[in-house]
Each structure stands twice: as C-alpha cells, then as structure tokens.
Ligand binder design. Sequence first.
Ligand SMILES: C[S@@+](CC[C@H](N)C(=O)[O-])C[C@H]1O[C@@H](n2cnc3c(N)ncnc32)[C@H](O)[C@@H]1O
Length: 366
Amino acid sequence: MLLDEVKNLGATEANAVPGGIAFAGDWTTCYRVNYWSRIASRVLWRIAAFDYRNEHELYAAAKAIDWPRYFAVERTLRVNVTAQKSPLKSLEFATLRIKDAVCDRFRERVGRRPDVDRTSPDVRVHAFFEGAHATLYLDTSGEPLFKRGWRHGAADAPLRENLAAGIVMLTGWKPSEPLLDPMCGGATLLVEAAALARGRAPGARRSFAFEKLSAFEASTWESVRSEEKKDEKQPKLELYGSDTDPKALNAARRNLAEAGVERWVSLERADILERSAPAPGGVMIANPPYGERMGSAEELAAFYPKLGDALKKKFAGWRCYFFTADLRLAKLIRLEPSRRTPLWNGALECRLYEFSIVAGSHRQRA
Ligand SMILES: C[S@@+](CC[C@H](N)C(=O)[O-])C[C@H]1O[C@@H](n2cnc3c(N)ncnc32)[C@H](O)[C@@H]1O
C-alpha cells in the first residue's frame, strides 16, 4: 500500500525494500510524500553509502561528507544508528564517532560546531549498518509522520495514526458506507477514516525537518501545501464511535475536534455486546483491548464468544474487522474469518480479521 501511495505522489524508481520503500524524486515529491502519506513513518534522504571495517574508517567516511552544505551550524543535531550484523563492538561509540565527524567538519569549515539536542533536534542523521556497509540519511520528516498534530486527549492504548490509516485502507471501506468503531478509545480509526474520506492532508497541522535543511525551497513547499483541496461537498459521511469508558469518549471528542472532523462522527457510550447497529449494513472496525493493562487473558477469553454472538444477532449485513495481537480471537469468537491479514504493530505480531456477517451466520465447525 505504501508503494502505491508514494507512486501516486510522484515517486519514481519506487521499490519495496526491507522495512520500507526506496524511491527517487525531486523536492516536490519529497515534500508531497511527507505531507500526504497516511502510511509512512519517515522520509529519509540518502546522502552517502560506503563500506567500513572499523570506527576509524567510519569516522573518515562520515567526515568526508560536506555537512555544512546540508545545514547551518546553528541547527541542533542528533545522530541515530541502527545495525544488523555490524563488525563494530559498540553502536554507542559508532554514534559518537559520526557525531564527531559532523562536528569536526563544521569546525574546520566555519570555526564552530552544531549543538547536540537529543529530544527535539532540528536535524537528524540516521546511519544504517548492514554488515560492513553503511548508509547515511538526513531525515526530512523530523517527528515521525504518525504524529499529525491532532492528538491531545489521553485515551488508553491508542493505535499509531499511520497504522490506523493503513487498517482503514486494508478494509476497503468506501466513504459512501457507514463506518462504526464500537471500541473507539481516542477515535484514531475514526479520525483517520474521516481525513481519508474528506481528502485532508495528514501533515496539514505539523512542521517537517526539511524546512530546516539548507536545500529547503519555500516556494515549492507553498505550492505543495496549496494542493490540499478539502472535499466537503461529497455525500454525507456516516461515522459512528462508541466505547464503555467515559474518559475514552472525552478523549475521542477532543481528538475529533482538534482534527476538525467532529461534524461527521456520532459518539455514544455503549457496550459492544449490547449496542445495536446504526445502519442496516456497513463496515465495523475495532481494536479490542489487549494485554495486561487492558484486561486479563481470562476476561478476554470469556468476552470473545459473547462478541461473536452479538455480531451474529445484531450486525447481519456488516463487514466486521478486528485488529488485535491476541491470536486466540479467531478461534474464541466462533465465527469463520473470511480474511486474516498479518500486520506488525512495532515488534508485536498482529492480525486484522475480517468477518462477513450474514443472517444466521455460519458457526465454526467444532
Ligand atoms: C485498545 S483500546 C482502542 C484504542 C483505539 N483504537 C485508539 O486508537 O484510540 C480498546 C478500547 O475498548 C474499550 N472497551 C473495552 N471493552 C469494551 C466493551 N465491552 N464495549 C465497548 N468498548 C469497550 C476500552 O474502553 C478501550 O477504549
């Protein structure tokens, strides 16, 4: 899906690679992907690739890069290193050596060095080591792209915004269909669905690290920003959210308002096991509680069969999706999934289960 997304945004030579998509493009493309991608976490600009055998060679190769060309000495800096099978003993020391190389290069050129800021740096350098091969990138995003700038309410265990958007896309939901999240928490899925349906740019209320780089083209950025066309006139959107927890509903209300999509979403306090369907047919997407903090394994094991019964009784005509790390769900709910999509939530293996509920739905055979 990310490959399609970046191609649609103008990327060329786009290929899926482990952990992401590699692509080529001009600044317009880079700004567009940052501004419009609903799925990506970051957009990194590759500036160097080389082989190294030890810390000295790493330092020398990093110092050979013309850093003052990329950003001004006043910018604060952070270096991140990620490695697979690197011959180096300490990645911390490698991080330090790359930082030294950048600072030494600046000192030689302009007599001063940039300050390090670990929490909110202007410029992030990412180094990836694969064995003895290193690739260095400048981060054009800054804060990860799932931080859209609308999340304020404190609800438990929210999904990352880019994961939520990806889940909505995977269900194939169309804005003309009613959409219900009956365990909505802070309403991440509903915000992302509304933004998708209404053509809202996910990056419209945040800034990006590319604005801090010397290559920044303000007029190009202006024209990318002006591409957002709010599509408010389409047929009415029918989005519904409910949750048993009043705190979650308050957070949901705040988030929907911050994102400017509250007018399309009806919220109510209700238990998924008791509520009725808000329309004769539609798409349900839910992310049930999972893990110690959100309910014990036994509680959930008792809950899923009841959930299966409630779906059969009240949601005939609905396509229901459950995103969970609890791989027992498919068995315990006693309905046959019509699709199961493996997904990763960080390091946690998850599934998106699809159940098409028809009247008198087929129970799983014993
Ligand atoms: C993992 S959280 C959902 C997070 C949400 N997807 C988000 O991104 O903010 C699970 C939610 O299910 C709600 N919940 C638990 N049991 C419920 C029930 N029986 N009916 C409705 N909601 C329930 C909890 O209050 C919690 O807000």
